[in-house]
Ligand binder design. Structure first.
Ligand code: ADP
Ligand code: MG
Length: 365
């Protein structure tokens, strides 16, 4: 299978400006056949602009887009053969569900019998069997979005672009729809590029996520890679809370940095690009921190990271602790199944972690 290595979509050095606003600034990444990639970034980072260039609604100022190794530059939008789903389902309200789904086939002059068969397949795929004759205007938000997905898939595109497709739905429905999107994508083996500003959504659906900010790619990788090994401080904090303790690197052995924290404790962290003798931050996610109270904390000795509990709040699936470590605020998330006595505000606790779960990063990051 010589084609296996060929990307389905290849973006190279894409730039686009709206007047003086540089929306995209040299964006490059690939999507493999059958891959689900999310484009994750804050509002205004250039996500929709990227999709508009791929779909052909805008022309890039510089850079190239290749679809199955063919440059897309001269192909008009309606010939690109790419499925599209937007935040608003944009169904034609006077048409039935079946007629909305059949629309792309009608535009391609597919015959009636073939159209009907394809619509039936799509209704099954998005769990709307029995809805064919329903008026589109009578659908709930989630149903309308499933119809929009069916319409985007009915002509068997090799690539589907989704721009905040679940943004208008409430949280529970959004989580259900995330699973459905992923299941449909796996079943069809279609490539998807899904735009979202919601990191939890990106992690839930992606094979890989591309994190962008100000029109530039910050990092691309699997959810685990990006979460555990963020390329920089922007990526680290965009993906979730990340504690940072200032210190100085005393030594580096293999890939472990020994860091003297401002409070005096000597701690270990994975070396993420620091220099011996240099100032650094020890970065660590809240769920990777262990807290000890009472005698256990006292037993830790001089190298304990002492912390004072400021507040603790019950969050259902976890307990959230806010601590003060030598003047720095640190957040800890503890599973509620492990009760711990002594979690009262003002209590002195000790923090611990496994070296591989903390990152020693240079100050500038
Ligand atoms: P996102 O989808 O990530 O929120 P966009 O791609 O929509 O971001 O926008 C990127 C930047 O380009 C923003 O600064 C936005 O204000 C600007 N922009 C987008 N569309 C237009 C437009 N039609 N005219 C002028 N500026 C625009
Ligand atoms: Mg947008």
């Amino acid at each position: 299978m010589p084609d296996r290595q060929l990307p389905r979509l290849r973006l190279r050095d894409l730039s686009h400006s709206f007047g003086a606003v540089r929306a995209l600034d040299g964006l490059s990444f690939d999507i493999a056949p059958g891959e689900y990639v999310t484009l994750l970034g804050p509002s205004g980072s250039g996500k929709s602009t990227t999709l508009a260039l791929i779909a052909g609604f805008l022309q890039q100022d510089a850079g190239s887009i290749e679809f199955d190794a063919r440059p897309l530059h001269r192909t008009p939008a309606h010939r690109r053969g790419i499925g599209l789903v937007f935040q608003a389902a944009q169904l034609l309200p006077h048409l039935s569900v079946a007629d909305n789904i059949a629309l792309p086939l009608k535009l391609r002059r597919v015959g009636r019998a073939e159209r009907d068969a394809a619509v039936t397949r799509m209704l099954d795929l998005v769990a709307l069997r029995g809805f064919a004759e329903r008026a589109s205007a009578s659908l709930s938000g989630g149903q309308a979005q499933r119809v929009a997905l069916a319409r985007a898939l009915v002509f068997e595109p090799r690539l589907v672009l989704l721009d905040e497709p679940l943004g208008a739905l409430d949280r529970q429905l959004r989580e259900t729809m995330q699973q459905e999107l992923r299941a449909v994508q796996r079943r069809l083996g279609v490539s998807m590029l899904h735009v979202t500003h919601d990191q939890a959504e990106a992690m839930a659906v992606s094979d890989r996520m591309a994190v962008i900010e100000a029109g530039r790619l910050r990092q691309i990788g699997t959810p685990r890679e990006v979460y555990e090994n963020p390329a920089d401080g922007f990526v680290a904090s965009f993906l979730g809370e990340d504690n940072r303790l200032p210190g100085r690197v005393e030594a580096i052995e293999d890939d472990v940095a020994f860091v003297r924290l401002a409070g005096g404790a000597l701690v270990e962290a994975r070396d993420a690009g620091v220099l011996a003798g240099g100032a650094c931050m020890v970065a660590i996610r809240p769920e990777r921190l262990a807290v000890m109270a009472g005698a256990m904390a006292a037993d830790m000795g001089d190298d304990a990271v002492a912390a004072v509990l400021r507040e603790s709040s019950f969050r259902g699936d976890h307990l959230r602790l806010v601590l003060d470590v030598a003047g720095i605020t640190v957040v800890v998330k503890r599973p509620t199944v492990v009760p711990l006595a002594g979690l009262v505000p003002g209590a002195t606790l000790a923090l611990a972690w496994q070296a591989q779960h903390a990152r020693a990063v240079p100050l500038a990051l």
